[in-house]
Every structure is written in C-alpha cells, then in structure tokens.
Design a protein around this ligand. Structure first.
Ligand SMILES: C[S@@+](CC[C@H](N)C(=O)[O-])C[C@H]1O[C@@H](n2cnc3c(N)ncnc32)[C@H](O)[C@@H]1O
Length: 340
C-alpha cells in the first residue's frame, strides 16, 4: 500500500498537502482544522493555499498511513474466506472512533461511502468504529492501542464496561482463551475442510454455554438499563454465533425445536443496539429469517419481523436502494459467515 500511496503523492502536490492534514503528523502541525476547500475536487489550485515548499517525507508519510489506513477483516465470505479490504481514504480519515458508532463505511470500487447507521442530531459528532465493536472491552482496548491508532477509547460503552468489568472478568478471560479455537472450528466448517456433525465443535459449544451464563449474569447486574446490557452482550455475540452457526451447518437447517429461540432474537437486537449497519448482523438476520421460514412458514409474524429487521439493517449498510436491490443484497448476505 505504501508504494501505491507514494506514487500518488509524488504525482500530486495538492494531494500531498491534503495528506499532510491527516492525523499522525509527528510534529503535530496538523492540529488546526484544515481548509475544507482543499478537499473540494472542484476548487481550482489557485484558490487553495499552495504556498510554501512541500517535501516528500517518507517517514511522515508512513506514520500518517499507519494512523489512517483502514484494513477490514470484516467480510468473510464462504466463497472467498480470505477476502480483505485495505486502503486509505482522505476525508473519512477525519472521522473519530466510537465503540457505539453512528455511521458505517461502505466501499464500492475505490469509493468509500459513510452512511448514517442511526439518526444523527445536529452538532452530534459522526463516528465510525475502527475495531470490531462486536468484541469484548479488553479485545477492543488491545486492538485500539496496539494498532497504529494508539488511544484508549472513552465512549459511553467503554466507560460502562470498565465500571462493571471486575464482575465479568473471568467470563471475559475465558472468552479470550476459547475464541481462537472456536474461530478455527468455524473456519474449518465453512471452508469444507471437515464434514460438520452435531457435537463436533467443542470450543464453540463451550463458548455458547459461556454466553448463556454471562447473559444471565449481565441481566442481574445492578442499575444497568436494557441498552447498557445490550452493549455488553453485543461484545460477546460470537460466543453465541459460532455454536448457532455450526448447529445449522450440521443439521443443514432442518427444523430443530425452538431453533430461532429467544436468545438468538435477543442477541440480534443487542448487536443492532451496539453497532448498527454491520454486515455480520445482516447475515445473522438473514440466516434467522431462512430458519424461521422453514420452521414457521413465509408469512408467519416471526419470519416477516425478521425480514423487516434484515431490510432495515441492509439500509443501514448500503443506504436506501430499490426494494429488489435490497432483497438481492439480503440474499447475498447469507454467503457471509457472521462469526468473524
Ligand atoms: C483517523 S484519525 C481520526 C481523525 C483525527 N482525530 C483528526 O483530528 O484528524 C485517528 C486518530 O484520531 C484519534 N482518535 C480517533 N478516535 C478517537 C477516540 N475515540 N478517542 C481518542 N482519540 C481518538 C487518535 O489519535 C487516532 O490515532
């Protein structure tokens, strides 16, 4: 990526000036809010302050790249499990992070769209999540401090989770120990390196049991609102999803009693309350809809409710599209594994 960025910056002093406005400049020259005209593609160069020498500084360029580049491990497709997205986008680089963000990123070709995933009030800061918001506090903290970003998030959700962490610490530690093993089990199943059978995913089963225990614990933590409980459980969504998904694989979604159960429905709402506009939530909603349709029929209120949920999530990810386009995007989301 460095070579691609360098060649663009070498060719255009204007883009180099824009690039130097981004966070990560070690001498903090970019603390001032940059002139927005500099980022207006229709503004001619002579209207922009192009005075002063502009030096191609490799070290500075790498530093800015580390703080602003985006590398998503979000989309894991059954067809192409290695699919990853990496890049740097100038204007979206000004967006700060929150673990309960109000916007999501959508990349089409080389263009990044920022889509409101909740309603945003005037003057409210637009935020995106730099890390996997569907992971527990400690994992998010580690991710944000060890990647190029290097900060401690103080969003409402992090502050809340820090205040109750001592109560759920042992679950959280256990989750960390099991997650990688469970991920390997899911990966092996979805890439067909094993033929899944019921009960052949011990780490996923253990994580699932952990999810249920934690869910009970969180429900009885004193003084938490429903939303705050959802923020905590959203972070442990994979603990439930791995097992749910693999049971589905093993049974090929043949009706298991109460398969679309209250825990699954509660979790999907918790995921949406935590970070809306997430491919993983859409995939989970789509899979739930498929199961509900098999179990209860196409026109049952459960199936219709789930489909509407999926449609809403689809709009939060891809923006408002024609209905047939949204339906096609929902269908395609069944190809994405909602675990990773
Ligand atoms: C991609 S930049 C975001 C825009 C940057 N704040 C600016 O003013 O240009 C990433 C950097 O912003 C800061 N940042 C972003 N979100 C933050 C948050 N929630 N808390 C503290 N610092 C944050 C960190 O320094 C991080 O390395």
């Amino acid at each position: 990526m460095f070579f691609k960025i360098s060649s663009i910056l070498k060719e255009s002093p204007r883009i180099l000036r824009q690039y130097y406005c981004l966070a990560g400049d070690e001498d903090q020259n970019n603390d001032a809010v940059p002139d927005i005209r500099m980022f207006d593609p229709s503004a001619p160069n002579d209207e922009i302050d192009m005075h002063g020498d502009i030096v191609f500084d490799e070290k500075r360029i790498i530093h800015i790249m580390n703080v602003n580049s985006f590398s998503g491990g979000v989309k894991v497709s059954r067809k192409d499990p290695e699919m990853r997205l990496t890049g740097l986008w100038l204007l979206p680089s000004f967006l700060n992070h929150s673990c309960i963000p109000n916007a999501s990123r959508l990349i089409v070709g080389e263009t990044m769209f920022i889509i409101a995933s909740r309603s945003i009030k005037p003057q409210e800061e637009i935020t995106i999540s730099y890390t996997d918001a569907m992971s527990p506090l400690k994992k998010r903290e580690k991710n944000l401090s060890e990647t190029g970003y290097g900060f401690l998030c103080r969003c409402k959700r992090c502050m809340l989770e820090r205040s109750v962490h001592h109560e759920i610490e042992k679950f959280s530690d256990r989750y960390d120990m099991l997650y990688d093993k469970a991920a390997a089990e899911v990966y092996a199943a979805v890439t067909n390196t094993i033929t899944p059978t019921l009960g052949s995913f011990p780490s996923c089963s253990e994580l699932s049991a952990l999810y249920h225990t934690l869910n009970q614990k969180v429900r009885f933590l004193k003084g938490l609102s429903r939303l705050e409980q959802q923020w905590i459980m959203g972070g442990y969504s994979c603990a439930f999803l791995g097992n749910w998904l693999l049971i589905g694989y093993a049974t090929q979604f043949t009706p298991a009693s109460n398969f679309v159960n209250s825990t699954a429905l509660e979790l999907i709402k918790a995921m949406k309350a935590t970070e809306s506009g997430l491919q993983r939530t859409l995939s989970f909603a789509t899979l739930l809809t498929m199961v509900a349709e098999k179990e209860r029929g196409k026109f049952s209120s459960l199936t219709e409710g789930l489909l509407n949920f999926a449609l809403d999530e689809c709009i939060r990810i891809y923006g408002k599209q024609r209905l047939d386009v949204s339906v096609s995007l929902i269908e395609q989301s069944a190809e994405i594994v909602p675990f990773f």
